[in-house]
Write a protein that binds this ligand. Structure first.
Ligand code: GTP
Ligand code: MG
Length: 199
């Protein structure tokens, strides 16, 4: 699948003000700075659709993008980043929890984790919670361009091993880089298949 048209629709503080949940929706979630906005841009082949920054906390609202007039991509604020103030972290956490509660059209949640790091408590907790809600999700390892192949393989093995301590089966896993575009085809194909299954 290739995306032909991607347009910014709305920024919402309150999930109740998001676009009507009448199209399949794919959201990007993860700690601040993990690369959610960059991944959205990479998939859409657009450099400046979603705002990116080297400073954590760039995305502060729930941003909806309409893709090919038939489905939504959603860029969310990050969770659990120590460099954000406690008040900010709490605010984003609440926004995300409400969002996950409200969006009955959520077709898949992409949980992003930085491929360079060992499993982090906030990510493991988030995965644990989302797993128990029954919301369909997959795990996306970002910034793979920053690692040598052997390091990436090792980090991935460590992460999977950690997840197997809690889970019998793991969700789909994607390896991505917004700079090299690794994982683009796989993710778009995955979305396409879900969209087809929902028609
Ligand atoms: P918040 O909106 O603050 O939650 O962050 P975010 O998860 O949306 O991250 P964002 O896309 O803004 O990227 C954060 C920083 O990481 C930016 O400086 C990006 O250029 C960089 N970055 C994101 N993805 C990649 C990647 O795949 N490779 C490399 N090398 N840098 C990346
Ligand atoms: Mg962002």
């Amino acid at each position: 699948m290739q995306i032909k048209e991607a347009t910014f629709l709305t920024s919402s503080v309150d999930p109740k003000n998001c676009p009507a949940p009448n199209k399949p929706e794919y959201a990007f979630i993860g700690r601040s700075n993990v690369g959610k906005s960059s991944l959205l841009n990479m998939l859409c082949n657009r450099r400046k659709l979603a705002r990116i920054s080297g400073t954590p906390g760039k995305t502060r609202l729930i941003n909806h993008f309409l893709i090919d007039n038939s489905w939504y991509m959603v860029d969310l604020p990050g969770y659990g980043y120590a460099k954000l103030s406690k008040t900010e972290r709490e605010k984003f956490k609440k926004m995300i929890a409400e969002y996950l509660n409200e969006r009955t059209n959520l077709a898949n949640l992409f949980v992003l984790v930085d491929s360079r790091h060992a499993p982090v408590k906030s990510d493991l907790e988030f995965i644990q919670n989302i797993g128990s809600t029954g919301i369909p999700f997959s795990i996306v390892f970002t910034k793979t361009d920053k690692l040598k192949p052997a390091e990436l393989e090792k980090n991935l093995a460590v992460y999977q091993e950690r997840l197997y301590e809690d889970w019998e089966e793991l969700p789909p896993i994607f390896l991505t880089s917004s700079t090299s575009k690794e994982g683009r085809e796989e993710m778009l194909r995955y979305i396409e298949n879900i969209n087809k299954s929902l028609v």
